[in-house]
Design a protein around this ligand. Structure first.
Ligand SMILES: NC(=O)c1ccc[n+]([C@@H]2O[C@H](COP(=O)([O-])OP(=O)(O)OC[C@H]3O[C@@H](n4cnc5c(N)ncnc54)[C@H](OP(=O)(O)O)[C@@H]3O)[C@@H](O)[C@H]2O)c1
Length: 293
């Protein structure tokens, strides 16, 4: 089975590396070519366009920034859908709106191919260790076909339901987490202003029922001890916008997501968009300290 891969960003590169070592015949494309150098040096094929991926491969995976990027790699003049798509299976792993997935599925079908939406939960380290959680929307036959591929970088592969439901499920997972960080920012700002040490508070939260799984990994970022980025603040802003537009689609008010969006938008506007999302905590605390000066 020939696997095509598009999008060698933080997540994509880690996933492509797993696919490479697991022995699949792999071809890659990325907008910025040099990011493929390391893989190509180890025997992975490079192709010059997404269109070539479709032509040469049976299953084509992609994981890129946002809805706009997904639209471009599928529909551009040299996009994935410009080759004959009959018999081809596309696995879209970017975190994007379910609405975008529905539009894309229609286009893929018109071209004779099949699409699954398959966003993943976990971050770069989980991808490297094969510990991601896949949430798939689409038909059962296609899901069975991609399981061996997904199991090279996922610890858990979940068929959620029809096309688009993988993306809804991803939103259901991410929404409480991103809103939690807003609540945590506010709570820690109160503590800091009352004179309690930030590290002390975070460690105590971790020992209490108020901590969540992801906190231990993020505490070094929150304390400014590392600048390593696994997912950036502007990425969570994108997710929040998608959550809010999807909540409107299902007529579920999401006021807490709107408040979180305000904070993440402010951070991006203040030039912090490229920092890891854990940095939203020191950003917010500082903002609150400055607000009372
Ligand atoms: N990082 C995480 O922890 C994590 C976890 C789960 C899900 N995700 C999701 O995975 C996706 C990728 O995230 P990431 O952190 O890997 O992002 P990233 O490191 O910023 O990489 C983004 C990728 O998208 C490509 N891209 C952006 N705009 C493009 C365009 N217009 N045309 C073609 N390619 C384009 C980039 O190409 P260039 O190299 O040319 O810039 C790069 O390969 C996002 O949807 C994110 O929400 C991320």
């Amino acid at each position: 089975m020939r696997i095509g891969f598009s999008g060698l960003g933080r997540m994509g590169f880690a996933i492509a590396e797993r696919l490479m070592v697991s022995g699949f015949e792999l071809a890659v494309w990325n907008r910025t070519k040099h990011k493929a150098q390391h893989l190509v040096a180890r025997g992975v094929s490079w192709v010059d366009s997404p269109k070539d991926l479709t032509e040469r491969c049976d299953i084509i995976l992609s994981i890129v920034t946002d809805d706009h990027a997904v639209h471009e790699i599928y529909t551009n003049a040299n996009g994935l859908l410009q080759s004959d798509c009959h018999g081809k299976l596309f696995l879209e792993m970017s975190t994007i709106k379910p609405q975008t997935i529905h539009g894309l599925a229609e286009m893929v079908q018109q071209k004779g191919g099949r699409l699954l939406d398959c966003p993943v939960s976990g971050t770069v380290v989980h991808a490297r260790e094969g510990q991601l959680i896949a949430m798939i929307g689409g038909d059962s036959d296609s899901v069975e076909k991609v399981k061996p591929v997904l199991s090279t970088f996922c610890k858990s592969v979940n068929h959620i339901g029809p096309i688009g439901t993988g993306s809804v499920m991803k939103l259901v997972l991410n929404m409480p987490m991103v809103i939690y960080t807003q609540a945590l920012s506010e709570a820690l700002s109160i503590g800091v202003k009352a004179g309690i040490d930030l590290k002390y508070m975070l460690e105590l939260i971790m020992k209490s029922p108020a901590g969540i799984n992801v906190l231990p990994v993020k505490i070094p970022v929150m304390l400014g001890e590392t600048e390593e980025v696994s997912f950036d603040i502007k990425g969570f802003k994108k997710d929040l916008l998608n959550m809010i537009s999807t909540s409107q689609l299902y007529e579920v008010p999401a006021p807490t997501a709107s408040v979180a969006l305000q904070s993440y938008s402010n951070a991006v506007a203040d030039g912090f968009g490229d920092l890891d999302w854990g940095a939203i905590i020191p950003y917010y605390i500082k903002k609150m300290q400055n607000s009372s000066k």
